[in-house]
Ligand binder design. Sequence first.
Ligand code: KDG
Length: 309
Amino acid sequence: MALDLIALGEPLVEFNQSGEGTDGTFYRLGFGGDTSNTAIAAARQGVRAGYFTGLGQDAFGDMFMQLWAAEGVDTSHVVRRAEAHTGMYFVTHGPDGHVFSYMRAGSVASLVKPQDIPAKYIAGAKYLHISGISQAISDTACDSVLAAIDTARAAGVKVAYDTNLRLKLWPLARARAITHATIPLCDVIFPSLEDATVLTGLSDPDDIASFYLDLGASLCLLKMGKDGVLVAERGNRQKIAGYKVASVDATGAGDTFDGSFLAMLIEGRSPIEAARYANAAAALSTCGYGAVAPIPRRSEVEAFLNAPH
Ligand code: KDG
């Protein structure tokens, strides 16, 4: 079955501090991993999404296979290996928002090599989605992402990329070099203002958008959290305001934006219409704890967009 979107990267089992429990230290078991979140967000909006990664032959790997099956995300090319584990992370919440603590080094996803990339599978999709995290988890994973991009481009598959900067995973100089080398290979990029400020050294959203368009991206969605998103193409840019909602946890909001935006683009909506929709989806995803559980479905996003604000 040809897919609309294939995402590639590392899923992480999530333990998210929810504030529940007698001493407030209850950790809710859930799912994360930026590109997996994006695939699920796209599937919840109604497009055919698939995911490529490596998982351990462990209980957490089984949980992910069950999750994706329940979400309708295709897993026909996921690799399972017994020699390493599925990655996990903890999310704690403090005065500066959420903090991620990883237990992922040596995971099966980080052992993926370019020769593991399912070329025909990717070549049959409309979009390939990858991220800075997909590249940061290991050198072989980084090479694999670049191989997947080459495959996509050679087959006319569009490439979408979230810079998702994680300085716990790689040093800034390397992150900057790889990110800046990847952007010209992409059709749609999703930097957050926070990442882009660090990666480019610029702080003005318009300057950042110009920088990325000059690097070679054709469509840049600069995500600015509760301040909305700047949609920038050559000769056309528009800021779309954010929504005020009762946010408790922003984990995965950017990934929800990416998946919802791509779903709308795949349906034929314009970048501005797609960004309006994705902005609402991302806002709604912050109203519950965890990366995946609060990703809204299409009916919820549409109801929210039709309600007075
Ligand atoms: O965007 C949310 C993700 O960052 C989270 O689910 C965990 O993929 C993750 C990571 O590496 O930070």
